[in-house]
Design a protein around this ligand. Structure first.
Ligand code: GLN
Length: 534
């Protein structure tokens, strides 16, 4: 059967949770055993997300194949529980650069190159190629931005044309505000958003309404009437307890059955074990047996999206261990100015996540020192591991002013340094140590080995600097354990404190944590903190 397509379009404003809705649609179809893949279109002219500031755009997500993609890909993988590939990310930058490259090659000789048909055709070709290569039952295409944006207008036009030759179901995500005083849900904005879609020649089959309170019957009827849709096609997307509940919430409205019918697919039996497990985990997130607090000390905490995967990995670990997690976001700059805050000194565990640049690193080092000296369970991720090494070098091995050459190129003790092979790289895009790397866990009695339960593990990376092998011996002699290395043994992947629970990884284990399959290191940290509290 040829691939079917769903296109999710947002109207009125951003921030309605289009990524969660798209992921929930994917999960709904996954429960029925259809093979389903996401495609994301982003209108920006960056080739990919690798050069963007996480403080503005949210976290840069990394896939196994080294692609640096939009954070929505994290959401897709967390819901789908599957590794996906970077070709599913279509950006304005990729489209323009390939059309211009073709023009230079002479592929369009004699023609004047235009948005329509050249760019729109390029989009068709890419999506058809994805369908031909991966053969999914359904491709769910999320269009970034909002209907009416200049950036995505050609993509929307291209999808309209695409629907003339393929089976496409359009879905409109919109906003229904309530006026506090009258307690009434107002449909006018949603009507306007819908009309803008009609102007683009697109008639959605469903309108999903983001609202603060449950969609009222009256609202549903009114919108259905204006959109010439049956009222069951106006879907409630009011606040649910956890975002992992959204697929279940959508299914409770019969959205799954209607959608499957619209796509022209034969209705299959739901995988009830998978569905039940999801439901149970959702309940555990909502009503956990106990609670712990985890301090996250970083430099981008002002925008929680910068650490989206860390946050979700904690939710996954909490769901697995039946414990609720209160994350205490702590700005590392503040620790430099004011010392260790109470939120940290009373926390049940500490995480220092990834990051770039010097700002805030001394605060992170102080936090790590506090955790080591006070036996607080600690997980250092990428930069967090590098600073765990710096802290240990300075305070235990007494290598005065030890540092990473990223922050202090003149220090005598560059315990973290840039690789020779990285030194001459001038291009910034896609040139770090990226994607999935195999690591060998060298000690059976290490925290890492106990948590992963196997000798070889694959985790994703995104960094330029590394543990400097020159300092292996002296740090080991002082009690820092090196418990994981790259397959050929040349680079350090895991470090641990000798006593207590302190582990650093050069990788980003949060990027592979899934709701149905929590990342072992996060589970380990949460379990440790929970058992100490009990
Ligand atoms: N800035 C460090 C490096 O480039 C760490 C990067 C990270 O934490 N992702 O190596």
């Amino acid at each position: 059967m040829p691939t079917k397509y769903i296109v999710v379009l947002g109207s009125l404003m951003s921030g309605l949770g289009k990524g969660v809705v798209t992921s929930s649609i994917i999960k709904m179809l996954d429960f029925y055993g259809y093979s389903v893949l996401p495609v994301k279109f982003d209108g920006y002219l960056n080739y990919d997300c690798g050069t963007m500031n996480p403080y503005r755009h949210g976290e840069v997500f990394v896939l196994d194949d080294k692609s640096e993609v939009d954070m929505d890909f994290g959401m897709y993988e967390r819901f789908l529980n599957k590794n996906i590939t970077g070709d599913l990310s279509i950006t304005g930058g990729k489209l323009f650069s390939s059309v211009i490259a073709k023009e230079r090659k002479g592929d369009y000789l004699g023609e004047d190159i235009q948005i329509i048909p050249h760019l729109t055709d390029e989009i068709h070709k890419r999506i058809e190629a994805l369908a031909a290569k991966k053969k999914p039952d359904v491709l769910v295409i999320e269009v970034g931005g909002t209907v009416g944006d200049i950036e995505n207008s050609y993509f929307i036009e291209s999808m309209r044309q695409f629907s003339l030759k393929h089976d496409v179901v359009f879905i409109n995500l919109t906003y229904v505000p309530s006026l506090e005083v009258v307690g009434e849900q107002k449909t006018k904005p949603a009507q306007i958003g819908f009309r803008m879609l009609l102007q683009s020649g697109i008639l959605p089959k469903f309108i999903i309404c983001r609202t603060d309170s449950k969609l009222q019957e009256k609202t549903r009827e009114k919108l259905a009437m204006f959109a010439s849709l049956d009222k069951e096609r106006i879907i409630d997307d009011s606040n649910v307890g956890t975002l992992y509940e959204l697929p279940l919430h959508l299914m409770s409205q019969n959205f799954d059955k209607l959608l499957i019918k619209d796509l022209g697919l034969r209705l299959r039996k739901k995988d009830s074990a998978k569905y039940q497990l999801w439901k149970e985990k959702t309940n555990k997130v909502k009503n956990p047996k106990s609670r712990i607090s985890v301090a996250v000390v970083g430099k981008y905490v002002g925008l929680k999206d910068s650490y989206a995967s860390v946050k979700e990995a904690l939710v996954h670990a909490g769901a697995q261990e039946n414990v609720g997690i209160d994350i205490r976001w702590i700005e590392s700059d503040d620790i430099e100015k004011k010392g260790i805050p109470e939120e940290l000194s009373t926390a049940d565990a500490l995480i220092v996540p990834g990051g770039f640049g010097k700002r805030g690193t001394e605060g992170m080092i102080s936090a790590i020192k506090f955790a080591r000296e006070n036996d607080v369970p600690f997980l250092g991720i990428c930069l967090g591991m590098q600073l765990m090494v710096v802290e240990y070098a300075r305070n235990v091995a007494k290598l005065k002013n030890a540092d990473s050459s990223e922050f202090n190129p003149n220090t005598k003790y560059k315990v973290i340094d840039i690789l020779e092979s990285q030194k001459d790289i001038e291009l910034k895009g896609g040139t770090m140590r990226l994607g999935s790397w195999r690591c060998r866990l060298t000690n059976k009695d290490s925290i890492a080995y106990k948590l992963y339960g196997e000798e070889y593990v694959d985790e994703r990376h995104r960094h330029r600097y590394e543990f400097n092998g020159k300092y292996k011996k002296i740090l080991e002699n002082n009690g820092l354990r090196i418990t994981g290395v790259t397959k050929n043994g040349s680079l350090v992947e895991f470090t641990e404190w000798s006593g207590g629970f302190g582990i650093g990884t050069q990788a980003h284990p949060e990027l592979k944590s899934r709701f149905e399959n929590a990342a072992p290191l996060f589970v380990g940290l949460v379990k440790e903190a929970k058992s100490r509290k009990e």
